[in-house]
Design a protein around this ligand. Structure first.
Ligand code: AMP
Length: 300
């Protein structure tokens, strides 16, 4: 599976602590989450200041980082804080640095990767990645409000080319200019994707396909330290599971959404990638089982 997106040094403050200049970025969270299910190839850019130990850490997850370019200059940095509403990140600063001129250039060996996750980057770059992969079996993209308002046409063109579109409720409403999420999802499906997955932070996720609707709850966590990267870990778990199973039926998409939710729920239990670094396959299986138990209400 191929993951393309930001690789960052994050500085984060939450009501439960703080972390300075730690490993982050959408591609990193997504790749780490996906690596529990499938081998991952990563494409991104870092500066010469990027600690080598971070690249080694990614390799320990069996993530192929030969598509990560090291460029003269500083690594992308994001800093932000959360208050008690952990669904709302407050950005303090975004320094694009080497990420500003990022032009994804896939190594030859990556071009036939069957499963592709385009994390939240400029839709023109997402399209450039799709141009370089040969007949992928599954393509999934994420996006954000900034691109919906700033590069709408380019984003619509990407949505017409992917199989699964991820975004949050507000972004779906903004993109389709309607308060109704059902209408918004239908309009996005009309553009081309076979599934639209709406991320709802601690409240779970919803999926719309032409044949139906699925809602996953949020996992009731007692201890949340840092929600940064939850959306990306969700996406990584989801696409990783689809890559592992190579089954894109509605039933399997439901399972993939639960796998994404499981990994994301672990990710928020600690800062940066600390929790995913300690996560075991058994813990994933056990929490998946809990998700099932949580949503099984039997017959009337
Ligand atoms: P999430 O919490 O899932 O929205 O993702 C947060 C991650 O996205 C952090 O690790 C940031 O480094 C990264 N990030 C923040 N802003 C941007 C941006 N404008 N472009 C790409 N990545 C970003």
């Amino acid at each position: 599976m191929l993951v393309v997106g930001s690789i960052a040094l994050d500085s984060v403050q939450t009501p439960f602590g703080a972390a300075q200049e730690v490993l982050g970025g959408a591609a990193v969270f997504a790749a780490a989450a996906a690596s529990f299910f499938a081998p991952v190839r990563m494409v991104g850019v870092v500066g010469t200041d990027f600690p080598r130990e971070h690249l080694r850490r990614l390799q320990q997850w069996d993530i192929d980082v030969s598509g990560v370019e090291v460029r003269e200059g500083q690594t992308f940095r994001w800093s932000g804080y959360y208050e008690y509403d952990l669904n709302q990140a407050h950005t303090v600063a975004t320094h694009l640095n080497v990420f500003e001129d990022f032009r994804p250039d896939l190594p030859r060996t990556y071009c036939c990767t069957p499963y592709v996750f385009l994390a939240n980057i400029d839709p023109e770059l997402q399209a450039a990645v799709l141009d370089q992969v040969e007949t992928p079996r599954l393509t999934v993209c994420d996006t954000m409000n900034f691109w919906i308002s700033g590069k709408r046409d380019a984003l619509l063109a990407v949505l017409a080319r992917v199989d699964v579109a991820l975004m949050n409720d507000a972004e779906a409403r903004q993109l389709c200019d309607t308060p109704s999420l059902v209408q918004a999802a239908r309009r996005i499906l009309d553009l081309g994707p076979r599934a639209v997955v709406l991320k709802k932070g601690e409240h779970g996720a919803a999926m719309f396909t032409r044949d139906g609707h699925f809602a996953a709850p949020g996992y009731p966590l007692e201890q949340i330290k840092d929600p940064t990267g939850a959306g990306d870990a969700f996406a990584g778990g989801l696409v990783g599971y689809l890559a592992y199973t190579d089954d894109f039926s509605d039933d399997n998409l439901r399972k993939a959404i639960i796998c994404g939710s499981v990994v994301a729920s672990f990710n928020v239990e600690d800062f940066s990638l600390e929790r995913l670094a300690r996560l075991t396959p058994n813990e994933i299986v056990e929490r998946y089982r809990q998700f099932r138990a949580m949503t099984d209400f039997g017959s009337m």
